[in-house]
Structure formats: structure tokens, C-alpha cells
Design a protein around this ligand. Structure first.
Ligand SMILES: Cc1cc2nc3c(=O)[nH]c(=O)nc-3n(C[C@H](O)[C@H](O)[C@H](O)COP(=O)(O)OP(=O)(O)OC[C@H]3O[C@@H](n4cnc5c(N)ncnc54)[C@H](O)[C@@H]3O)c2cc1C
Length: 366
């Protein structure tokens, strides 16, 4: 296959990039290893209020449909159940559907493979009933299976708080959120529902049961408590999926606030491999507005390199999108925005590339 632009991953970032590119008449192919478009949005029932201006507030599952439906009349080929597994010597991307493997030659590649959940180890963590918050969310909202009756949530962050509330709405008894820190950040405190108990300075010492979780031992303020629970949901954060970037010879940087190791990229989300871009949670863990905007910034630069946008129009559009990213990310978690900016500055310095004037304007607004 040959195409102008290849997008790896049909989550919200990939679908939004595809729309920006294909609505300019540019031939786009999207490959995704799952059965349907939408990525991890497909089981997110919470409302997203803080989206880029063109989107009205809506639930994640509706947003997934909105993003996918916009592509129907555009020059987009969607390859579901296809995984990027390698790269050929000429730079073509190797894609497999499990039966055959073939190259896709593209002028530009945008990698939007998202993030993976981090787990947390304690004695008994392999018992049935112990799962990540994302797994509980998939069982409940996608498969319509209640993962347990009495749940303990491990880790207090926006993702685990959302899942705790969704479990509660489905009738699961939330015994408490267990958090190892002794205090919460402002955003976490504001999000917390008063009817879900929170235990700070706490951690799970072990889980026990015959064939499944039955008892959970918790160290709270230095003393051990025994709780009866059949479900432990681990919310230990997310980290970008890195394999495609290793395959594509991209460099990496480490930014704790963005989820740890992530590919290095410039102010247009272009990696060290000049035909490869990154967007969405693969470019650092952010809110849904950030996922969508990073995809638009990458798309604008791809359009410029393909000669569809001229330099001035691309700079104007990118400046607008960066201002939106500043507005949205700082409303959700300003540390994410500043970690991203620091990482971009480091990338430009390391590669001896001057920062564009449009980006200096953003730095002045920070
Ligand atoms: C199980 C789970 C639940 C989540 N729930 C929440 C939540 O409730 N709230 C929240 O704020 N965040 C949640 N997240 C974080 C999630 O990353 C973002 O909400 C959002 O979906 C990120 O969008 P994205 O487009 O960057 O990536 P994703 O939505 O993750 O999409 C990435 C896509 O890339 C595809 N892909 C990956 N590797 C390859 C490959 N090699 N070849 C082909 N395709 C590939 C995947 O199949 C997927 O469709 C969750 C994450 C996970 C893993």
C-alpha cells in the first residue's frame, strides 16, 4: 500500500489527526489493532467538559462516535485488526493482521498508540479480583459485567476517581480509595466525591482468599486493618506506549509529570525521525482536550510539509492550537503543560533547532 499519511492508532488522537488531514483532501490510512475505532474512549462514560472549542461537552463513548463518524465521506482507509509490528529498510511500516504482513509506504507517519496502565505489586496481587481501574471500566461499561460487589480502589487520581464513581453508579459498594500520599493536590481534592471514603497515608500489605480476593490488609497511618472485599482496582497511573518509537528510531526523554519515558519531539510534535510525529497520550499523559489538540498540532505540520498549508497559515494555526493547549492543560493540570514545554525546549536545544517565533509567543504567555 502507498499513502500520503499513515496513522498508527485509531483512538481520539488518531481519529482527530485523520480528520484534520483528510478534510484537506490528503489520502490517509489508519491502522488499529482492535476491532473498532475510538481506542480507550469506547468505555469512558464520564462527561468531558474541557474540550477544544469545536466540540461540545459529551460523554467519552459519544465522542468516540463523533470522531469516527466525521471520517465517513473523507479519503480515509481504516484497517482494523491490523498491528504495526516493524519497519522495512526503505522506511515502509510493517503491518500485520495475524495472517499476512505487508508494507505501507507513507510520506508522513503519525503515531498515536496511547498509554498503558501501570500496576502495583503486593502479596496476593495475582488473585482473581485484582485488576487495573481500566480493566474494571472495560468489564463494566463495554462488556456489561460487574467486576465485584465490594471494592477497594488503590491510588487517588482523576482516572481512578472517575472509575470509582462509575462503579458506585452501577451499585458496587466502594469501601474506600487507598492513597499512599499524606495529602492530595487541589485538583484531586476538588474532584473527590464526599460519599467515597479516602484513606491517606495508606497502602495494601496483602490480599488473601481461596481462588479469589476475600480479605485485604491495609496499612493505614502505620497500623494494619483487615477489610472484606472481592475487588481491588489498581489506579497507579498511565505511561506512554513506547515500542513503535523504538522501532522507528526515535529518541526518548524522561518526564515524570508526562508519565515517565516518552519520545522526544519538537514544538510541532515531530520526533527525531523527521517523517514521524507523535500525538495523544503517547506524547505524554494528558486530559482529553490535550489528546485532541496535540493531534491537531501534528496534523498542521504534516499538512505544511506536504505543501497543503503554506508556512504563514500553518504558523497561524499552530499558534492558535498552542494557546488552546495552554488554556485546556493548565485548567486540568498545569504541571503537565509545563513539563511538556520543558521537554520541547530540551529537544530543540539538543538537536540545535531554533524554537519557532510562534512558540516564543506561547512561552511569553506561560
Ligand atoms: C483501559 C484504559 C482505560 C482508560 N480510561 C480512562 C479514563 O477513564 N479517563 C481518562 O482520563 N483516561 C483514561 N485512559 C487513558 C487513555 O489513554 C485516554 O483516555 C485516551 O483514550 C488517549 O487517547 P489516545 O488516542 O492517545 O490513545 P488510545 O485511546 O489508547 O488509542 C490508541 C489506539 O492505538 C492502538 N494501537 C496501539 N498500539 C498499536 C499498534 N502497534 N498497531 C496498531 N494499533 C495500535 C490501540 O488499539 C488504540 O485503539 C484509559 C486508558 C486505558 C488503557
Amino acid at each position: 500500500m502507498e499513502t500520503d499519511v499513515l496513522i498508527i492508532g485509531a483512538g481520539p488522537a488518531g481519529l482527530n489527526s485523520a480528520y484534520e488531514i483528510a478534510s484537506n483532501g490528503v489520502q490517509t490510512v489508519i491502522v488499529d489493532e482492535s476491532f473498532f475505532p475510538g481506542g480507550q474512549l469506547k468505555q469512558q462514560t464520564q462527561y468531558f467538559n474541557n474540550l477544544p472549542r469545536q466540540f461540545e461537552a459529551q460523554r467519552g463513548i459519544t465522542l468516540a462516535e463523533t470522531l469516527a463518524n466525521r471520517l465517513h465521506s473523507l479519503p480515509v482507509t481504516m484497517l482494523h485488526k491490523h498491528t504495526m509490528i516493524g519497519v522495512y529498510k526503505d522506511g515502509s511500516i510493517g503491518v500485520s493482521n495475524g495472517e499476512s504482513t505487508f508494507p505501507i509506504k507513507a510520506k508522513k507517519v503519525i503515531v498515536t498508540t496511547g498509554a498503558a496502565e501501570e500496576t502495583c505489586l503486593f502479596p496476593g496481587w495475582t488473585l482473581p479480583g485484582v485488576m487495573t481501574v481500566g480493566a474494571a471500566q472495560i468489564l463494566m461499561n463495554r462488556e456489561r459485567v460487574l467486576p465485584g460487589k465490594n471494592a477497594i480502589i488503590l491510588g487517588c487520581n482523576s482516572f481512578s476517581q472517575e472509575v470509582a464513581q462509575q462503579l458506585k453508579d452501577c451499585g458496587v459498594n466502594i469501601l474506600g480509595i487507598i492513597e499512599k500520599n499524606t495529602s492530595l493536590g487541589r485538583e484531586s481534592r476538588e474532584r473527590l466525591h464526599s460519599d467515597i471514603p479516602l484513606l491517606l497515608n495508606s497502602y495494601i500489605t496483602r490480599a488473601m482468599g481461596r481462588g479469589e480476593v476475600e480479605k485485604v490488609f491495609i496499612n493505614h497511618n502505620g497500623s494494619e486493618q483487615e477489610w472484606r472485599a472481592d475487588l481491588i482496582c489498581i489506579g497507579n497511573g498511565l505511561s506512554p506506549i513506547l515500542e513503535p518509537f523504538e522501532i522507528l528510531d526515535c529518541s526518548f526523554t524522561n518526564k515524570e509529570k508526562l508519565g515517565g519515558l516518552l519520545p522526544g519531539y519538537d514544538s510541532n510534535f515531530k520526533t527525531e525521525n523527521s517523517s514521524v510525529y507523535v500525538a495523544g497520550n503517547a506524547a505524554g499523559i494528558t486530559c482529553m482536550g490535550g489528546v485532541l489538540l496535540t493531534a491537531e498540532i501534528a496534523a498542521a505540520d504534516v499538512l505544511r510539509h506536504l505543501g497543503v498549508l503554506n508556512r504563514e497559515d500553518a504558523a497561524r494555526q499552530t499558534t492558535y492550537l498552542w494557546k488552546e493547549l495552554l488554556r485546556i492543560e493548565t485548567q486540568t493540570d498545569s504541571e503537565v503543560f509545563y513539563a511538556r514545554v520543558a521537554s520541547i525546549q530540551e529537544f530543540h536545544e539538543k538537536n540545535n533547532i531554533p524554537l519557532p517565533t510562534s512558540f516564543h509567543a506561547i512561552l511569553e504567555e506561560c
